[in-house]
Structure formats: C-alpha cells, structure tokens
Design a protein around this ligand. Sequence first.
Ligand code: 1CP
Length: 336
Amino acid sequence: MKDKLLDCINLKSTNYTPVWFMRQAGRYLPEFREIRKQNPDFIKLCLNERLSAEISLQPIRRFNLDAVIIFSDILMIPYGLGQKIHFEKGTGPILGDLNFNVILNTKSNDFIEKLSPIYQAIKRVKKDIRDKNLIGFVGAPWTLLMYMLNKGSPKKNFDINKIIKNKSLMRDIILKLEDIIFLHTKEQVKAGADIIQIFDSWAGLLPKNKLSEYCYIPTSKIVKNIKSLQTPTICFPKGIGENYIDFCSAVKPNCISIDYEVEPHWIKEKLDGIPVQGGMDPKILLGDKEGIKKNVEKYLNIFKDYPYIFNLGHGVLPETKPETIEYIIELVRNKK
Ligand code: 1CP
C-alpha cells in the first residue's frame, strides 16, 4: 500500500492507521540542530533546496512514518510578499513594517521565483520517497495576517482591535493572501505534494462573532481551489473549541486535524464521517511511558472503525526524546 494517508482521507479506509507528526522535522532531532547551528539564518535555510530536502527526510531515516512534510515555514509567504523577517533565538520570528503597496502589488511570477527553492526541495524529496505521501503546507489567511500585522508572535503583545481596526485594508490584504496562499499550494502540488495542510494556529484568538469573516470564509475559498487540483486538504484551526463543527460545515475540508483541547468522542459523534487527524497533547510525550501508552490507546480506541490519522494536537515539542516518537509509532503499528 503506497498512499496510506491518501487512502485514509479519500477512501475513508479504516484498515490501517497512518502516522506522522506535526513538526516531525525540527528541533527535537540532534541532526536538525546540527544543521541549524551551521545555518543561523533561518529564512536562508528554508531557501536552501538541498538542506530543506535533507531536513524533511531526517525523520524518515529514523522512523517508520507514513508521510513526509516538507521542511519550510508558514512565514515564507510574508517573506515572498516582501516583508522583512528574521528569527531570533528565544523570541521567535520578528517581522518588519508592512508596506501595503508592496504586498498588494506583488506579482505572482515574482513570488514564485522568490520561493522557487521550496518547490525544488519538494521535487528532490519526491524522488527519494516511494511508499510515503508528501505533505505540503501553508498558513491560513488569519494566522498569516496576524503575524504580518503583529510583526511577531501573538504569545505576548496581542490586541485584536488594533489588528482589525482598518476594515477595508484588512479586506484587501485577506483577498491578496487568499490568492497568494493558493498560488503557493498550487506550486507545491505541481512539484509533487500529495496533500496540503492548512495551519490556522491562531484561529483560537478570534472571538466567535469574527470566526466566519476571518477564518471560515477565506479558508473555504482556498480549500475549494485546492480541491480543483484533485488534492485533498487537512485543516488545523487550532483552539476554536466547539466551533470545530461549524468550521467543518462551512469549510468542508477533506480531513480535520484536532488540537488537544477537543474532546475526541464528542467530535467523532458530530462530524458525520470527515476523516480526523491528531489530538494527543504533545506535553504527554515529555512524561512516562505508561501515560504515553494510555493516551495513544485512548485515541486509537475512540477512532477504531473511523478514518483516523495518528498525529498530535500540535507540534512535537523541542524537549521530546526521539525514542518517544519511535515508541508511539510502534504502539500505533501494533494496535489490534
Ligand atoms: O531552529 C529554530 O529555531 C527553528 C524552529 C522552526 C522550525 C523547525 C521554525 C521557526 N519553523 C520550523 C519548521 C516548520 N514550521 C515546519 C516544518 C515541517 C514540520 O512540521 O516538520 C512547519 C510545518 C512549520 C509551520 C509553522 N511555523 C507554524 C504552524 C504550526 C504550528 O506550530 O502552529 C507556525 C505558527 C510557524 C511560525 C514559526 N516558525 C518558527 C517558530 C518558532 C514559529 C512559531 C512562532 C510563535 O511562537 O508564534
């Protein structure tokens, strides 16, 4: 069986539980940290097609995973739109001032050319994998807009009213982002991506009465466009709680990735058969084997007889031991 994720998503097959991890290529792996040490400029690293391909494949060499996710970052879109960006140790991303004219007037060809090493990296990875699906990804309009206007992580220093104060400008930028995000996914699919995951990591910052305008509507347009490429989409609107159901009705993703606050029994009952991915709290991976086993089995049991991709409810934490990933894969593979 070659297309393990695709079969789960498209055929809703329950014969096999595919497994991969968000942030499987990253800081918990010593071999990533080694490359990172020699490449202090993170954006340059994302634009190095040889190293990006190599980092994407690092977890595959260690573990028996069912999918490769391309090593890149959601913030490559603001970079491609001409916004300055760098990463500072301990602080995360720092973005420069937004020049609306530059962003709104960025031409598709210039954007594609600037980000072409990402597409080349996808082509390289595709050549090296046989029995695995390749996942491309983008940030959702809201999450990108949030970084672009907040000029950094909203972990500290976030005020939604400041962000959305100029409504008409917001609308223009969101429309531009919808186009550019789709363009970026289209190029990833052309290069060989089998599936696109849309990360809306900060959807949970939106109040309920703004979810439709800033999350559901822009995301549903992108999902619809990606469907026209015969490519399925996994959506991850992190932190929206009970609104996951409204999200699925409005956006109609091919698969929904749940975070660790979503009650798995509840969503399974409400979803009407949409394939589910993830859920387990990444912090549990920092604890003992017993707790890990109990939690992995919880998700496997609840989603037995349901199309389910094993993953976490957010990315692998940097403190996670690589052996823990191996242990979880073993548990998923050996499930009865
Ligand atoms: O060494 C370092 O400090 C770099 C750490 C790092 C890595 C390994 C960053 C900076 N990005 C990445 C890779 C990355 N980012 C991937 C690679 C593929 C994989 O999953 O293995 C992916 C899918 C992302 C996506 C991403 N970047 C998201 C969405 C997923 C999520 O975690 O919510 C977000 C929000 C970002 C922004 C970003 N990039 C990097 C950091 C530290 C952050 C978060 C900043 C913040 O806290 O707000």
